[in-house]
Structure formats: structure tokens, C-alpha cells
Design a protein around this ligand. Structure first.
Ligand SMILES: NC(=O)c1ccc[n+]([C@@H]2O[C@H](COP(=O)([O-])OP(=O)(O)OC[C@H]3O[C@@H](n4cnc5c(N)ncnc54)[C@H](O)[C@@H]3O)[C@@H](O)[C@H]2O)c1
Length: 413
């Protein structure tokens, strides 16, 4: 099935197949900003995704999730007829580059799932023309790009294969695509050259690496972030065990001291990428990635620490606990791998009742309004530090705030 845009010139499936570039997974969190950046550069983009709901929303001019600054660009791209929508592999373009931005999860063993990439390649392969450029944009296990190239060669196909990792921060992808250098790599000089040419159209700068270097660059970037958050979270725990307010210490450490400028404050570190990519690296390192595993223990363990702490201070079994913010981070509507749900699960066995709320999340039918959660809760936990919570009257009830986001006598740390 092909979903067609309104522009009369782009109605036929032939038009879809002649788009300048196809983005497979184009209606996802990485796909949408990339699609819009390519359209901003004047390219006709085939937005190929198996999620029909997201495609229909996009086609109707609505973003399926929060992407700051993207609405006006989407409107303009639709008006100019630059977006074409397709929901099956047989509708990919047979001329321009194919960029793959599908999800690349880890499995129950915390290991990468290469089959996801293989299945995607298998599905589009019959519809690709020899000579086309295939760009892996999803985060992949080291060696995957070379493996894809040899997989295609073994099937007698002559395609150019590149890996150009996405490094945007979710929600601000379009802005960052305009500002950040793009790392590109190719399995042949032609693939590398064509990938560089493509990303030069949307990026201020292109950095060329070999595929394995680029794969590591992406995983190291995310693992470093994850470890950095774990380090500050562990400092928080050490300080707390001594009865010291870590935030005061951190503030003093950073004050007019450039070397520590980037140290983050403590927080619940989660989301769809950091843990997954740290574990991909751990799998590559034969589970000998000490820092990565230690970071997992600290960041995931923080939730248990907070629950134990609250158990010591309060009569939890007789209390209703309200969780504020179910997205994995502030100002986001994305609940994927959010530690808020770990709180919900654990407190479900430790407290009388658990109530949840979030001003952004639209995908969880169990959420309640903020006022209702405040009035029914005996104790609250600030799980995601959305800005709006700063202005809220919590009726003098205790709110646990690890982030240092809230002020007031009722705030506990
Ligand atoms: N979310 C981020 O901020 C971010 C940042 C950098 C890199 N990444 C990486 O980018 C990749 C995508 O992440 P995401 O957050 O956009 O995931 P997502 O789930 O939001 O988007 C993936 C999209 O791919 C579609 N899809 C999956 N398989 C498909 C197939 N075979 N054919 C067509 N469509 C298919 C899904 O329907 C979905 O719309 C992952 O490898 C992730 O690690 C994500």
C-alpha cells in the first residue's frame, strides 16, 4: 500500500519510487528530523515506515511525538510536495539513497539483535537497483556495516554501503542536524564519497571515518554519556551516605572552574539509547566492559536506593505515592525505557497505591491529571523534571526531588 500526498504531481507509486531519497523508519524519532532536514535541503523524500498511524499523522501535518521546532518545517515540506509516504518495502525509491533509521534493540541477554537489520535489508533488497547507496543510520553493533556489505555481495548485488550514525538529542533533532558535524563512513571509496555528498547537503561539517571507527564513535558517545551520569549519581550516593547534600558540593566544584563545567547533576538516567548502546559495547567487549556494567548498576540501582530511602523515612505500605513525570526525561513525551516505570513497578509492591501523571505523555491510559495525583497522594517523587512542575502547589505534601529542580520546605532530597 502506498499512502500518497495531496500534491497532484506526486500521486503515483512511480513518483514514490523516484523520490530523491528514501528513509526507511522515516516516521520514527530519528527518521522524522532527518526527513525534514532532507526536505529543507530541497529533496523529495520518500518517508517509508511500517507504522501507518505515524505516517497518516505526518501526512495530515501532525507530528506523532514531540520534536521541537519541527512543526513549521513539516507544514512547509507538505505544502511544497516534498514528502511522499509509503508503508511497504516495495515502495522504496529505486534511484536515490536509502537511509535506514529503524530501531535496533538489544534482547533479553542485553545483546544486539542483528536479525532486525538483516530482515530490513532482506525486505528492501528486491526493490533496490544495483548502484544505489544504502546508508545505515541506526546505531549498530561494531562490524555490522561490513557484514551488510558482504551479505549483499554474497547475493550478487552491487550496492554501495555506508554507516552514518545519528547523534542528535531526542526532541531537538532538527536543530542539532543543522548544527552538528556528521560522521560518515563507507565500505568502499564510492560509498564513502556518496554518503559524504548526501550529508553535506544538510550538515555544517562532515567527518569521514572507516565503518568500524564510525560504529565505535557512536557507541562510545552514548556509553560515555551513560557513564558520566553514573559517576555523578554515584557521587550523590556517596555524599548522601555521609549526610551531605551533593548538590551543594557540586555547585561549589563547578563554580568558575572550567574543567568541571560539563559535570551533570544527579538524575534518573534512562531512555531508549544510552543503556542499550552501553550494553551493545559490553557485548562487543565480551562482557568485560567494567565501566559500562558499573554504570548500569548505579543508574538502574538508583531507583531501588530511593525506594529504600523512602521506606526508612515513611510508612510506605500505608501511603499513596504519586509519580510526577513518566517520560524518560524532561520536556519529552517518550516513555521508552523510562525509570519512572521501574518506580511504578517496585512501589506497586511496597506502597498502598501508586498514581502516575505526566503533562506530555499521551500513550499511557493509566495516567491521571496532576491535580488529582497531588490531592490523592501522601508522598510524591519527581521522576522527570518537567519545567511545569516548578510552578505547582503541592499542598505542602512531601515531594522527593533528586534533581534539585524544586524549591520549598516540602521538598525532600
Ligand atoms: N531516539 C534517539 O534520539 C536516537 C538518537 C540517535 C540514534 N538513535 C538510534 O536510531 C535508531 C532508531 O531509533 P528511534 O528512536 O528513531 O526508534 P523509533 O522506534 O522511534 O523509530 C523507528 C521507526 O522504524 C520503523 N520501522 C522499524 N522497522 C521497520 C521496517 N523494517 N521497515 C519500515 N519501518 C520500520 C518503526 O515503525 C518506527 O517508526 C536506533 O538504532 C537508535 O538507537 C536514536
Amino acid at each position: 500500500m502506498t499512502i500518497r500526498p495531496d500534491a497532484a504531481t506526486l500521486r503515483s507509486p512511480t513518483a514514490v519510487r523516484q523520490a530523491d531519497v528514501t528513509v526507511v523508519g522515516g516516521a520514527g524519532h530519528v527518521g522524522i528530523p532527518l526527513v525534514l532536514a532532507l526536505a529543507e535541503a530541497g529533496l523529495h523524500v520518500n518517508v517509508n515506515d511500517r507504522n501507518k498511524t505515524s505516517l497518516e499523522l505526518l501526512q495530515a501535518g501532525r507530528l506523532p511525538f514531540i520534536e521541537y521546532g519541527a512543526q513549521a518545517v513539516l507544514n512547509k515540506a507538505l505544502q511544497e510536495g516534498l514528502l511522499l509516504f509509503s508503508d511497504s518495502p516495495d515502495c522504496i525509491s529505486s534511484c536515490g539513497p536509502l537511509i535506514i533509521t529503524i530501531g535496533t534493540p538489544i534482547d533479553e541477554f542485553l545483546n544486539p539483535v542483528r536479525k532486525v537489520v538483516q530482515d530490513c535489508i532482506d525486505s528492501v533488497l528486491p526493490f533496490l537497483a544495483d548502484g544505489q547507496l544504502v546508508v545505515l543510520r541506526s546505531t549498530v553493533f561494531p562490524g555490522t556495516t561490513d557484514w551488510v556489505a558482504s551479505y549483499l555481495r554474497d547475493r550478487g548485488r552491487h550496492l554501495m554501503v555506508a554507516f552514518c550514525p545519528e547523534r542528535i538529542v531526542q526532541g531537538a533533532g532538527l536543530k542539532e542536524l543543522r548544527e552538528l558535524p556528521q560522521i560518515v563512513s563507507g565500505t568502499t571509496p564510492e560509498a564513502e564519497r556518496e554518503a559524504a555528498k548526501l550529508f553535506e547537503r544538510i550538515a555544517p561539517e562532515v567527518i569521514v571515518l572507516s565503518p568500524i571507527e564510525a560504529e565505535f564513535a557512536k557507541l562510545f558517545t552514548n556509553a560515555y554519556r551513560y557513564i558520566e551520569f553514573a559517576a555523578t549519581n554515584e557521587f550523590y550516593l556517596v555524599a548522601k551516605s555521609a549526610g551531605v547534600d551533593y548538590r551543594r558540593v557540586l555547585k561549589a566544584m563547578k563554580h568558575n572552574y572550567p574543567r568541571l563545567k560539563g559535570v551533570p547533576g544527579p538524575g534518573f538516567t534512562a531512555g531508549p539509547c544510552l543503556v542499550k548502546d552501553t550494553m551493545q559495547l559490553a557485548a562487543f567487549a565480551r562482557n568485560q566492559f567494567g565501566f559500562g556494567h558499573a554504570a548500569l548498576l548505579v543508574n538502574e540501582g538508583l531507583v531501588l536506593h530511593v525506594v529504600d530511602d523512602l521506606k526508612r523515612r515513611y510508612d510506605l505500605p500505608n501511603m499513596t505515592v504519586g509519580l510526577l513525570g513518566m517520560a524518560f526525561k524532561a520536556e519529552s513525551d517518550d516513555t521508552r525505557a523510562s525509570l519512572s516505570y521501574k518506580f511504578k513497578k517496585i512501589l506497586g509492591t511496597q506502597a498502598r497505591a501508586v498514581l502516575t501523571t505526566d503533562p506530555f505523555v499521551t500513550t499511557d491510559p493509566e495516567l491521571q491529571g496532576l491535580d488529582e495525583v497531588i490531592s490523592k497522594s501522601d508522598l510524591m517523587i519527581l521522576c522527570a523534571p518537567h519545567r511545569a512542575y516548578r510552578e505547582v502547589d503541592f499542598l505542602g505534601k512531601p515531594v522527593f526531588d533528586l534533581w534539585g529542580h524544586l524549591e520549598g520546605g516540602n521538598v525532600i532530597r
